[in-house]
Ligand binder design. Sequence first.
Ligand SMILES: Nc1ncnc2c1ncn2[C@@H]1O[C@H](COP(=O)(O)OP(=O)(O)OP(=O)(O)O)[C@@H](O)[C@H]1O
Ligand SMILES: [Mg+2]
Length: 619
Amino acid sequence: MSDIVLGIDLGTSNSVVSVMLEGEPIVIPDEAGNRIHPSIVYFFEDGSTVIGNDARPFLMKDPAHTVYSAKRLIGRPFDSPDLRVLIGSFPFKIVSSGDGAPRLNIYGALHPPEGISARVLLHLKELAENYLGMSVSKAVITVPANFDEGQRRATKRAGELAGLEVLRLINEPTAAALAYGHGQNRREKVAIYDFGGGTFDITVLEIRQNVFQVLSTAGNSYLGGDDFDNRLVQSMLTAFEKQYGYDLSGEEVIIQRLKNVAQNIKHRLSEQDLVTARVSEMVPGTLTELELEFSLSRDAFNKRCGDIVEQSLTTCEEALQIAGMQRAEIDHLVLVGGTTRVPLVAQRVREFFNREPVAGINPDEVVSVGAAIFGASMIETEEAPEPMAPAMPVSHMDHMSDDEWIEELDEFEEDTGIHRSSPPPLRQAPPEIPSSNDWGATGQWEHRPQTPPVTPGQIHGGNAHGGDAFQRQPAYQPAPQAPAPARSPLLIDVTPHALGIATVGGVMDIIIERNGSLPLARARHFSTSRDDQTRVVLPIYSGNSRRIEENSQLGVLELVNIPPGPREDVQIEVQFEVDTNGMLNVRATDLRTGMNQMARLSILGDSNADYYDTSDLLM
Ligand SMILES: Nc1ncnc2c1ncn2[C@@H]1O[C@H](COP(=O)(O)OP(=O)(O)OP(=O)(O)O)[C@@H](O)[C@H]1O
Ligand SMILES: [Mg+2]
């Protein structure tokens, strides 16, 4: 097995895989030379599949068995309102499973979305292996900056199902920044504007040589190139109805074909001012053929889709506001994602930031290349490649001497105004932090007896669901952990959403703030509301509103087997830790005894895909 690490951009529409060979990034092509691989899986009736570019034609031939955009479903509960809307728009069947996660019903076999992503990842792994002539098992996979806990867990699981050791998940914009700035000795602020097929993200970063510090990130998971295509499909349906009086909007196969035409028109309009396409469709159940000549100028396209572009700019405003910056403070603008090839998009972003985007960046490949650069740096500095869990320590500062490291931190504090909470420890072994990701199938985890020092805080909180009273305490910041040998880039991402629990009146008590630098830990004290209560249930929410109903429930934290006692005596400290992968770990301590308290974090819609049969996949 080689030490090569795949850098994988697992996209909604397209995926890209790269590796570093002799210090140079190589984007891996398929046999036909394509460097971009559609995230599409086609299932034959016997369960066999074709994936990537070979699967694309089946979108139109057999939409019910051609799965695309699994990334829009991954790690999300079936019942979430957003998902409900989405589900109706897919031509394949999506059902709810016993665990509350969506399943794709393909010829009666139920696939979790991560099973689909696993197939895409396996395809990329195989392309890389064929290209390199050796087997490869390590990967760094990118995710949208605003992916939540459930989505990150499921993505990691998809990697594992594909037989990959996921060294780390990194955020797509951070990967793009890395590809742009690594080894360039830059000191500047950049905006990464990423408009893909299904999502839009904007991230503002500060690059200080080897440090990539996210200042803010904002995004819209329901804004992408697909929206432009859908607008054009609507126009075509209206034209058909006007000309022939037939409403074709309920015809799945026709819609898929029109989407393909629409996308083609959109792509051609990126090069030409006027595009004409001829479409002919049979009226279902008849022998009547409808012909339509559809012409569209770039101006008309811009008018039809201008508001989609403006929505992305509103999100840019939001990101600047969170970072506390003016547009003029952005030194460089990097465009990522296929939708930035739409001339109107490039023009409006240029106008918004009042500057030209950085030239020479391939918007389709830059994320994957950044992931490959990071993966290679992890291996070069190997003794301790950052494992997915426990991943609390800032361990990519690992490979410096103590003096260098302290100097780096001092400089970092001075430049960013972010302060470490305690002096850096010198070369101590990182504490063993058990992680919620280590949980077995039941999600149970018994905390081990390593409790950081605690300053009891005393503000009385409100009532959580189930009448469990709790107390707050000041934030606990983990001390930066001790490091290993050479220098790899330091990526400092932020929490995209606040995390909190429900209190009286539907207000969210924010435990982890939005835009906090990772890794991040906060502690809270909880007590029971009744004598001899042995279980406390706390619903965990994620979102940026103070009102619970405007946020989404991430899951439930249960403190179980609490030793009975008078309620005022019970004091449990819960530590919420978001690691460098952006994943949440929780641990609890009974402050009376200093012993671990059993805590169980269940993420809504977690699909238990561990039970998903991948034997066909890994053969
Ligand atoms: N030349 C072009 N002109 C206009 N749009 C284009 C062009 N090339 C690609 N696109 C659009 O870019 C989108 C795909 O972008 P990309 O591959 O970056 O998305 P993705 O990474 O799969 O999605 P996401 O980042 O949302 O997960 C599609 O909507 C596609 O139609
Ligand atoms: Mg993308």
